[in-house]
Design a protein around this ligand. Structure first.
Ligand code: NAD
Length: 318
């Protein structure tokens, strides 16, 4: 029985973070600039606290100045927007991330709209969403960008491949589908109302699952040799009272059919954080008019220069 190649997002993310740390060092040494990231956490959601702690730690390790603003769950929209306005005007802060979900009394989209698009390192502001669809120079949401980088390693040229995106959220599904279109894939967006999801998956060379339902995608939904990117993070209870994380794809079944697959954990998750740091350095370069990261917007570096976000030379891509 053949076994799929494991796409090691953990190792790739570590390599990206190491390159970013070099770039951050160069920004400091040559330009006296330290990229600054502000993370806003509202309430006590345990998963959000873990995510924020992780982002803060990895940012600091890369040399990025990270500040976490923790607010009580009952904070008002006005108080939250006032904090964001202050961060928008703070020249030492280049990236702002509001950890989602926010408490139900807060209008999430209105809060996202308050963030300066140049500092919107999550890429959720309508300005950046619009840029994504017009192939501009905005900031791209971290999870889809991380998935794209994993896919590019597997498929340097995705032209003409069929891709099925399961899920249509603003955070993952929709931007990911758009990135796949830009790679010249023929893209199907499947969702909770899709009639025959298994059939939509079986015809795909690339399946990206972002649903939030444990092991929903079965092995016999996968076309032999297809590449499977599993975005889902689901905690399931085990018989011995313990629990473990699984994706939206039944890994044990899919690994026997797919050509390549991401594990959960250790696949997309670490890439999401690495892309947050990437976006923060990119935003910093743009705001300080240093060396804009041309790689990140799909352009080549000028001769002899290095990309400040990825530290790569001209002609390579980050
Ligand atoms: P969401 O709840 O906003 O969207 C889920 C999508 O799945 C919806 O578009 C819905 O139409 C679709 N869906 C629901 N049931 C379905 C079904 N039975 N068949 C087909 N489609 C169905 O979720 P999200 O924010 O996009 O996140 C999805 C998953 O990805 C979650 O498990 C989340 O924890 C995970 N996630 C992981 C990362 C990461 O860094 N690894 C980042 C973001 C989200």
């Amino acid at each position: 029985m053949s076994t799929a190649v494991l796409i090691d997002g953990k190792a790739y993310a570590e390599a990206i973070r190491a390159r970013l740390a070099i770039s951050v060092g160069e920004l400091h040494d040559y330009h006296h600039i330290v990229p600054g990231l502000a993370v806003v956490l509202v309430g006590q959601d345990p998963a959000s606290r873990i995510y924020v702690r992780n982002k803060h730690k990895q940012a600091e390790e890369a040399g990025i100045r990270s500040l976490v603003h923790t607010l009580p769950a009952e904070v008002s929209e006005d108080e939250l927007s006032t904090l964001i306005e202050g961060l928008n005007g703070d020249r030492e802060i280049h990236g702002i991330l509001v950890q989602l979900p926010l408490p139900p009394h807060i209008d999430t989209q209105w809060i996202i709209d308050c963030i300066d698009p140049a500092k919107d390192v999550d890429g959720f502001h309508p300005f950046n969403v619009g840029h994504l669809f017009t192939r501009g120079t905005g900031l791209i949401p971290c999870t889809p960008l991380g998935c794209l980088k994993l896919l590019r390693r597997q498929h340097p040229d995705m032209s003409g491949l069929r891709a099925t995106m399961i899920g249509r959220s603003n955070i993952v599904g929709k931007p990911m589908a758009q990135l796949l279109v830009q790679e010249n894939c023929t893209v199907t967006i499947a969702h909770s109302k899709t009639r025959d999801l298994a059939r939509e998956c079986r015809q795909a060379d690339i399946v990206v699952a972002a649903v939030g339902r444990a092991e929903m995608v079965r092995g016999d939904w996968i076309k032999p040799g297809a590449t499977v990117i599993d975005v889902g993070i689901n905690r399931i209870s085990l018989e011995d009272g313990k629990s473990r994380l699984v994706g939206d794809v039944c890994f044990d079944e899919a690994v026997a059919v797919a050509g390549a697959i991401t594990p959960v954990p250790g696949g997309v998750g670490p890439m999401t954080v690495a892309m947050l740091l990437h976006n923060t350095v990119l935003a910093c370069c743009r705001q300080t008019h240093v060396e804009p990261c041309l790689h990140a917007v799909g352009k080549r570096m000028s001769s002899g220069t290095r990309c400040f976000a990825c530290n790569a030379h001209e002609r390579s891509s980050c």
